[in-house]
Design a binder for this molecule. Structure first.
Ligand code: NAD
Length: 285
């Protein structure tokens, strides 16, 4: 089965559009995202444009704040502080990666945790680990929603996550191991120092791959009947490919996400979800 992230994302986006118009009607406030783009990274420009278009389609406002690559940490921090104090802004997104001259962690920690729609602030990471999230990071939330909505049971199942990034690997491993719907799994987190990676990956009933290496996972790493979630995105001469060798793995898997059209569209949908949630939290009685 092909796990059609695009279709699932479309239905989530339409739910968010409905919830947004109801929120605007009852509260008289339009949820707004402030996106910050530093420098001219072409992929980042595409990502930010897609996020703004998606906001627009859902009835969520969005502003783009552009800084040059040589702006320096203090100018970026000043902008974040201004956005933190602007009551019309509910969500703040600083598009990563930032130029090497800027320490990303310092910027992410400066964002008001109540406006932290990427959920990278230590307070929000801590809440997620405790199973009491305020915001859930977008890509892992998209993966979990895909599993829930495609009725793929996680409870009691053996999950292997390959990749331990703060953005994908660590939070998804934590979320699937937490109690509750879309959780309760037995999770193994693998990374570049893992020994016998192939053998561990082959134990997975659900295999989640976020390593950033094109078509790294082949048929020898997948148990027949496994569900395979491919987070990777790589531009090649033949178009976009993931971290999984799709042609080799698809015949073995019971379900698999394509690239493009798998996890990517869900990430954007979840950003909308978090922005609406931020506006709801700011305007709750
Ligand atoms: P990252 O580069 O920050 O981290 C990669 C992780 O993979 C590291 O923890 C490393 O230990 C592990 N790793 C690297 N080589 C390995 C190997 N040979 N064996 C085992 N583990 C290995 O990655 P990231 O930010 O999580 O991104 C991963 C991929 O997902 C990238 O292709 C990125 O573009 C993509 N991505 C997609 C989305 C989306 O919305 N679809 C979102 C975020 C990232």
């Amino acid at each position: 089965m092909l796990l059609d992230g695009k279709a699932v994302a479309a239905s989530i986006r339409s739910e968010i559009a409905d919830a947004t118009s109801e929120f605007i009607a009852t509260r008289g406030v339009t949820p707004k995202l402030a996106a910050v783009l530093v420098g001219e990274n072409p992929a980042s420009q595409v990502y930010v444009r897609n996020k703004q278009r998606a906001c627009d389609a859902a009835g969520i406002g969005s502003d783009l704040h552009r800084l040059t690559a040589d702006c320096g940490e203090s100018e970026l921090l000043r902008l974040v502080t201004t956005l933190n104090h602007d009551p019309s802004v509910h969500g703040i997104l600083v598009q990563l990666p930032l130029p090497d001259s800027i320490q990303s962690q310092r910027i992410l920690q400066a964002i008001d945790p109540n406006k932290d729609v990427d959920a990278f602030h230590p307070e929000n990471v801590g809440r997620l680990v405790q199973g009491k999230p305020r915001f859930v990071p977008c890509t892992p939330q998209g993966i979990q929603q895909l599993l829930i909505r495609q009725k793929i049971e996680t409870s009691g199942r053996r999950v292997v996550v390959i990749g331990r990034s703060d953005i994908v690997g660590k939070p998804i491993a934590c979320m699937l191991g937490n109690r509750g719907v879309g959780g309760d799994a037995t999770v193994t987190l693998c990374h570049s120092r893992t020994i016998n990676l192939n053998a561990i990956a082959r134990q997975a009933e659900i295999l989640i791959v976020a390593i950033g290496r094109p078509q790294f996972v082949g048929a020898d790493m997948v148990k027949p009947g496994a569900v395979v979630i491919d987070v990777g995105i790589h531009r090649t001469d033949e178009g976009l490919v993931g971290d999984v060798d799709f042609d080799a793995v698809a015949p073995l898997a019971s379900a698999i996400t394509p690239v493009p059209g798998g996890v990517g569209p869900l990430t954007v949908a979840m950003l909308l979800q978090n922005t609406l949630r931020a506006a709801q939290l700011a305007n709750s009685e």
